[in-house]
Design a protein around this ligand. Structure first.
Ligand SMILES: Nc1ncnc2c1ncn2[C@@H]1O[C@H](COP(=O)(O)OP(=O)(O)OP(=O)(O)O)[C@@H](O)[C@H]1O
Length: 220
């Protein structure tokens, strides 16, 4: 089932802070494509993701629209935008099992309980974590936690992915594996992906369009 038939359109988006423009982006990300925004610290990359995800801090001024599958979502509540977010930190709920983290993120229409469990188990298998359902997140390695975070995002049936430096805390081997897993899964689900990163290798691995923003630290 595809929720992103015509992609994610960033239509004339400009974000400023204290009257000074931080960044401007105008781009259509088609399903299966990755747009990478590269730029130094402070150039507004995370702020752009916050605008698209619907959680921009009111300290910023923003204009422009965001469309998902031709629907203008600029004013839609964050929880209804169907954004799949992955950050530098996996942010797993520590008081739930790995499987509990996934089941919590699932759309409510997946029923009954046994079906929820079975889909969560399959999602874990898809990211190479077969048999991890009952595990305590605190007992996992950084790379394993990152995989759980990916499985949790995918199981929430996002319409697009917003990735904020999701590979930066992983060592080189795990980083390469995780990149492959993320981009492969996004393609398989026909998702448009917006990635922000400092890392040129991340940008090249994404194999899509790269936009460079802010040649110097902005906001100072
Ligand atoms: N809530 C806020 N209120 C005011 N200024 C903010 C707020 N959040 C961030 N900023 C400033 O806005 C600018 C852009 O921040 P942002 O986090 O988007 O940059 P970034 O490119 O993602 O940086 P990094 O790569 O370090 O994460 C920075 O100068 C930052 O100090």
């Amino acid at each position: 089932m595809s929720y992103a038939s015509t992609g994610l359109k960033i239509d004339g988006v400009r974000i400023s802070l204290n009257g000074r423009e931080l960044l401007a982006v105008d781009h259509l990300i088609n399903p299966k494509e990755v747009l990478t925004i590269m730029g130094p610290s402070g150039s507004g990359k995370s702020t752009l993701l916050a605008y698209i995800g619907g959680f921009l801090d009111p300290a910023f001024e923003a204009e422009g629209d965001v469309y998902c599958s031709d629907m203008n979502i600029t004013l839609v509540k964050p929880q209804q935008r169907r954004a799949g977010l992955l950050f530098q930190d996996p942010l797993l709920f520590p008081h739930m099992s790995v499987g509990g983290n996934l089941v919590f993120a699932m759309p409510a229409d997946i029923q009954p309980k046994a079906e929820r469990r079975s889909q969560a188990e399959q999602a874990l298998t898809d990211v190479g974590l077969d048999g991890f359902f009952e595990r305590d997140p605190d007992t996992l390695s950084g790379g394993q936690k990152a995989r759980v975070a990916l499985a949790r995002v995918l199981i929430s049936r996002p319409a697009f992915l917003l990735l904020d430096e999701p590979f930066s805390k992983l060592d080189a081997d795990r980083r390469a594996q995780m990149r492959e897993l993320v981009f492969e899964n996004a393609k398989r689900r026909s998702l448009p992906v917006l990635l922000v990163t400092h890392d040129r290798e991340d940008a090249l691995a994404a194999n899509g369009t790269i936009i460079e923003v802010g040649s110097q630290t902005a906001g100072q």
